[in-house]
Write a protein that binds this ligand. Structure first.
Ligand code: HEM
Length: 341
């Protein structure tokens, strides 16, 4: 949380030693509200309702007080930076300096428009939401996997011991931790924190014989692709060797999508991988993970389970409610694009 608070909001917090800090409390509330609220679930499974519901009822996945708190944090920080000379290098600063070129006369004249304060606040929140829970989940699941497999944990420990020689992990020395990198990739394959991502089709097209109309949302089911036996041998096995330097070269990038794909892929991928590596290496230098008597060996991703179950059920309900014609305008289709890869 400390890392993402400073990169997204430019705020320094010490969540371990200061759990009652208002930022930490509000951040926890933000995360728990969004992931568990029925509003979030409805909006997640029926994304086409986001705009009309938001406009009609002012519906938001975020608690009102929470919104005010984060708005104030960002506004305070922006005011501080505009009145004092600062040399910040963070996301907030980049947004404050960002300009968008807008063509106002057709082709020649250009005008610069800054991001509005609301846009900066919204983007800071997205950044926080996209970067906090995902990285924490990956880190926890890596710990879970090594707790179940002591040989793998010992190999990670040996590598860290050899390459770091007692030094604290940092940006440079963690680049040498090849085996740890393989384990992180395998964790992200087995348990992708973002179980799916989506795209809206901008013009009528056809992929592998499937017609996709302009305006349709296409879900890319990352979890299903990562567990598909057509692409992965024994997909339910945790096997870091899949990502060894020799094997990695043979992996089709469309079969391994923990950070999405294309020009809109994850903005924080490098930061996330660096964070996970540094944090995990530092933990392993001092501690060892082991399974307790209550540790479940078969981890079932509740969210994925819900997702896989809810999509067909909701699809059926929507089919009952709307006729096929209007359905084709906004209904979200669920396509495994990878069949064409
Ligand atoms: C293990 C950690 C993470 C995972 C698995 C992850 C995964 C993803 C995925 C799947 C997407 C959608 C990509 C697509 O549609 O092609 C995404 C987008 C995004 N992620 Fe991450 N992410 C992680 C960490 C982070 C961090 C640390 C940050 C910020 C510091 C971040 C910021 C973003 C942003 C801003 C987007 C939206 C990009 C856009 O729409 O152009 N993510 N992430």
């Amino acid at each position: 949380m400390d890392v993402i608070a400073s990169t997204a909001f430019g705020v320094n917090v010490d969540s371990n030693n200061n759990p009652d800090d208002p930022f930490v409390k509000n951040a926890e509330k933000f995360i728990s509200v969004t992931l568990t609220s029925p509003v979030f679930m409805i909006l997640f499974f029926l994304p086409f309702l986001i705009k009309p519901l938001g406009r009609m009822f002012g519906l938001s996945v975020m608690d009102w007080e929470n919104q005010i708190f984060f708005r104030d944090v960002v506004v305070r920080e922006i005011n501080k930076r505009t009145t004092q000379r600062t040399d910040y290098v963070d996301f907030l600063q980049l947004m404050m300096e960002a300009h968008q070129d807008v063509d106002i006369t057709g082709d020649t004249k250009q005008r610069k428009i800054s991001l509005t304060t609301s846009e900066i606040i919204a983007n800071s929140l997205i950044f926080f939401f996209a970067g906090y829970e995902t990285t924490a989940t990956a880190l926890s699941l890596l710990a879970y996997r090594v707790a179940l497999n002591q040989e793998i944990q010992d190999r990670i420990f040996q590598e860290i011991d050899e390459k770091l020689q007692g030094e604290k992990p940092n940006y440079d020395n963690v680049q040498e931790l090849e085996y740890l990198d393989m384990c992180i990739n395998e964790t992200l394959r087995m348990y992708p924190p973002a179980a799916r991502f989506d795209r809206t089709c901008t013009h009528d097209t056809e992929i592998c014989g499937i017609p996709i109309q302009k305006g349709l949302n296409v879900f890319v089911p990352v979890y299903a692709i990562h567990h598909c036996s057509d692409y992965w041998k024994d997909p339910e096995e945790f096997d870091p060797e899949r990502f060894s330097p020799e094997n990695k070269r043979t992996i089709n990038p469309l079969h391994f999508l923990p950070f999405g794909y294309g020009p809109r892929n994850c903005l924080g991928m490098r930061l996330a991988l660096l964070e996970i590596k540094i944090a995990f290496a530092r933990i392993i230098q001092d501690l060892k993970f082991s399974a307790g008597k209550n540790t479940k060996v078969r981890y079932l991703c509740r969210f994925v389970f819900l997702y896989e179950l809810c999509i067909p059920i909701l699809s059926l309900i929507i089919l009952q409610i709307f006729c096929m014609n209007c359905l084709s305008n906004f209904y979200t289709i669920h396509v495994i694009l990878l069949n064409c890869a």
